[in-house]
Design a protein around this ligand. Structure first.
Ligand SMILES: Cc1cc2nc3c(=O)[nH]c(=O)nc-3n(C[C@H](O)[C@H](O)[C@H](O)COP(=O)(O)OP(=O)(O)OC[C@H]3O[C@@H](n4cnc5c(N)ncnc54)[C@H](O)[C@@H]3O)c2cc1C
Length: 719
């Protein structure tokens, strides 16, 4: 049959028109190679059709929805804000079409011959093109992994002096019972859901899973994520994964790390809904989660089915990825491979870079791949981006490190955006050479090129610090982090030294001895009323489950919630010392204790890193010693205090080391109208007294608003 097919000869035949194949074809044509490209779907590959672009288009809709919902924070009032999911999908389709049409136009304009169909190898440097079979997920679903049409005779035979394989990858599935039930999808199937699922379990917390979690949570789904490794985005720096976990918890995304899914079953006679069994990696500690959709995002495998690699003698590793050297050459002369298919770094920009290098190599240039400065971006809210070594990897590799962290909350541009979550972290060799840059926060993906360029050029911390950055921009965060690593911070206390000399702050002083506040310490009070009914139920549940030993009080829950918020946006973890603003580098929360001599404020150190049970135990122990007069001077004197003295409706006095004191009133029953009924709810009054030199009213108000939200959804506090 092959003899009947039309035969065409080229300098280069590219199989696959994704981010690996199409830039290679364009570059090869620019370099004078007569080039053909075979593609069985629209050009652009997974990235443009079923990956990077459609997810980012939908994430943008999620972001617009969130921003509109919080319009009041910006002084913009919008009523009746709601989601039109079909319109989200239609916009996504328009964006995809515009870009895939664009790629088709570029290929044509570059003189690349595009052949539609499924390519299979017919020898080392020959390809047969046949028809494309049914898409695995049905009409309208992806065709990039569709089989060849059954019994299809070749339409065309393409021969080349060079062959470039760029067929990409396809989702891997979990080998567990129930994986083929209706309602269990991969990222491909998720695009085909016609409505937002009420509940979704996402298996796998790397970039793909985390982005879908962000999106569906914003669209209103109840999201549970299950990840085998100990944290979200396991490939990222530990600080980044933890910061994202805190942010996800605040948004109400439930995350189970160090856990796996061992089975999926119909919850009733029909699926969905589904019952997902979540367990520890050894199968113990099982619990079942009912859901409407399960999204499996546990990795990819090479897209080689029906490619007949063996007919060209192309070798793969034991997992099926095509093996290449640093010039993208397989073991077969003239045959190259790029992109996901090589299993090296499964990212679109890596595929494209490989494609350009491979085209150069095939045109006779001396080019090689260098993977030392490869950025990665995850478009969660907040965004994550990184390049180079994590702090842990750098330490493991034996580097003597200088590390600088700079929180977005201390950056003017982030404040103007109203997005102060996150930080920039620079990891460098002690001599200043930049080894890695890690960002979580607004615009992270657009900030990372500075780190990439720094690494590419072998730049140092001093180079970054000496580069003039426009103001006010998010990019200043990278400069500030470099300054912190150099020990020369301008907008933070010096790295390696506590915000304040602890001896200076460590005075457990009775309230009546505190200096009266004068005009140099302007303060203001903000009050909020919290519906504490759930919180009290949660506290009772917690105490039941913890058993005897420790009694978790309402104050402990408030301390934990405040610690989480202070870690994310440290603006209120600060006080005014002399003529300087002293921002705490650790989250130490003071807890006011009524003692004989007056009020004492022992500190729960690193409260953001401690469990509620541990906070409760420590608070009880510290209070006991405070009352007995056995509190050490270094055990008091924090910037943020929680004061819960059993009295309702009071505002506290600010001590010299304090920037803010939160007074927690007593919970009182109050009738409230809910869904047309009157219900008695337990209402708690919180009053935040703030030194006006530390933060402004808007920042204080936002903090209090977030605290109210956290206390009214208390599950997020424990995460
Ligand atoms: C949900 C999701 C989100 C993602 N987001 C990002 C992101 O934000 N940033 C990022 O860098 N990466 C992202 N990726 C990864 C990115 O999509 C891939 O790394 C990239 O598409 C790989 O490019 P490629 O050219 O190697 O393969 P592909 O993009 O998979 O392209 C391969 C092409 O080959 C064609 N093909 C396959 N076999 C044949 C055959 N036998 N005959 C003819 N044609 C064939 C296919 O139709 C396809 O068009 C994401 C992936 C997913 C799934």
């Amino acid at each position: 049959m092959a003899q009947q097919a039309e035969r065409q000869v080229f300098d280069l035949v590219v199989v696959g028109g994704g981010p690996g194949g199409y830039p290679a074809a364009i570059r090869a044509a620019q370099l004078g190679l007569r080039t053909a490209l075979v593609e069985k779907e629209r050009p652009g590959g997974v990235c443009l059709n079923w990956g990077c672009i459609p997810t980012k288009a939908m994430l943008r809709s999620a972001e617009v929805l969130e921003t509109t919902r919080h319009g009041a924070d910006y002084g913009v009032l919008a009523d009746n804000v709601r989601l039109d999911y079909p319109a989200v999908l239609a916009r996504k389709d328009r964006v995809v079409k515009s870009l895939t049409d664009g790629v088709a136009g570029l290929l044509a304009a570059s003189g690349v011959t595009v052949v539609a169909g499924h390519a299979r190898l017919a020898g080392p440097l020959a390809v047969e093109v046949v028809g494309v079979g049914d898409p695995p997920l049905g009409p309208g679903g992806p065709r990039y992994n569709a089989p060849p049409a059954p019994g299809g005779a070749p339409v065309t035979r393409l021969e080349g002096r060079n062959l470039l394989l760029a067929t990409g990858s396809t989702p891997a599935l979990l080998p567990v019972p129930g994986i083929d039930l209706p309602g269990v999808v991969t990222s491909d199937g998720a695009f085909l859901l016609e409505e937002v699922p009420r509940r979704i379990v996402i298996v796998g917390a790397s970039a793909v899973g985390a982005e879908w979690a962000t999106m569906f949570q914003a669209f209103g789904s109840e999201v549970t994520m299950v990840e085998l490794l100990p944290r979200l985005l396991p490939a990222e720096d530990e600080d980044i994964g933890k910061a994202l976990a805190r942010s996800f918890a605040r948004r109400g995304i439930k995350v189970e790390t160090g856990r796996t899914v061992t089975g999926i079953a119909p919850a009733g006679d029909q699926a969905p809904p589904l019952l997902v069994t979540v367990a520890d990696p050894d199968g113990s500690n099982q619990r079942q989660v009912e859901t409407d959709v399960v999204l499996v995002g546990v990795g990819r495998r090479p897209n080689t089915a029906g490619l007949d690699l063996e007919r060209a003698g192309v070798a793969t590793d034991r997992r099926g990825w095509v093996e290449v050297d640093d010039r993208l050459r397989t073991g077969v002369p003239g045959v190259h491979a790029v992109g996901d298919l090589t299993g090296r770094v499964l990212l679109a920009h890596v595929a494209s870079h490989q494609g350009l290098v491979a085209a150069g190599v095939m045109a006779g240039h001396d080019e090689r791949m260098d993977y030392r400065a490869v950025p990665a971006a995850t478009f969660t809210h907040p965004e994550v981006a990184s390049v180079g070594l994590t702090e842990a990897a750098a330490r493991e590799a034996g580097h003597d490190l200088a590390v600088g962290r700079f929180p977005f909350s201390a950056l003017g541009r982030a404040q103007t955006f109203g997005q102060v979550e996150g930080l920039v972290k620079v990891v460098a060799e002690r001599d200043g050479r930049v080894l890695g840059v890690h960002v979580i926060g607004p615009g992270a993906s657009d900030l990372i090129p500075e780190g990439v360029l720094a690494m590419q050029l072998g730049a140092t911390l001093a180079d970054i610090a000496a580069t003039i950055h426009a103001h006010p921009t998010l990019g200043e965060g990278t400069m500030e982090a470099a300054l912190v690593a150099l020990g020369l911070p301008v907008h933070l206390p010096p790295a390696g030294r506590p915000a304040v000399d602890s001896r200076e702050r460590a005075r457990a002083e009775p309230a009546q001895d505190r200096p009266a506040e004068g005009p140099r310490a302007p303060r203001f009070d903000l009050t909020v009323r919290v519906d504490a009914t759930r919180l009290l139920g949660f506290q009772a549940d917690l105490n039941r489950q913890l058993g005897t030993g420790v009694e978790v009080g309402l104050t402990d829950l408030v301390v934990k919630a405040c610690a989480g918020l202070l870690a994310a946006s440290p603006a209120l973890n600060a006080s005014f010392g002399g003529d300087r603003l002293l921002v705490g580098r650790r989250v130490d929360v003071g807890v006011a204790v009524a003692a004989d001599g007056g009020t004492l404020v022992p500190l729960v150190r690193d409260a953001d890193r401690k469990s509620i049970a541990r906070i409760a135990a420590e608070t009880a122990e510290l209070a006991g010693r405070a009352r007995a007069g056995r509190l050490g001077p270094e055990e008091a004197g924090g910037a943020f205090t929680v004061s819960s003295l059993g009295v309702d409706q009071f505002s506290a006095t600010l001590g010299p080391s304090e920037g803010a004191v939160l007074a927690v009133g007593a919970a009182r029953p109050e009738p409230r109208a809910l869904d047309g009924r009157v219900e008695v709810r337990q209402v708690l009054r919180l009053t935040l007294s703030i030194d006006h030199r530390v933060v402004d009213g808007a920042t204080g108000g936002r903090f209090l608003g977030r605290l109210k939200a956290a206390l009214e959804q208390p599950l997020g506090i424990v995460a």
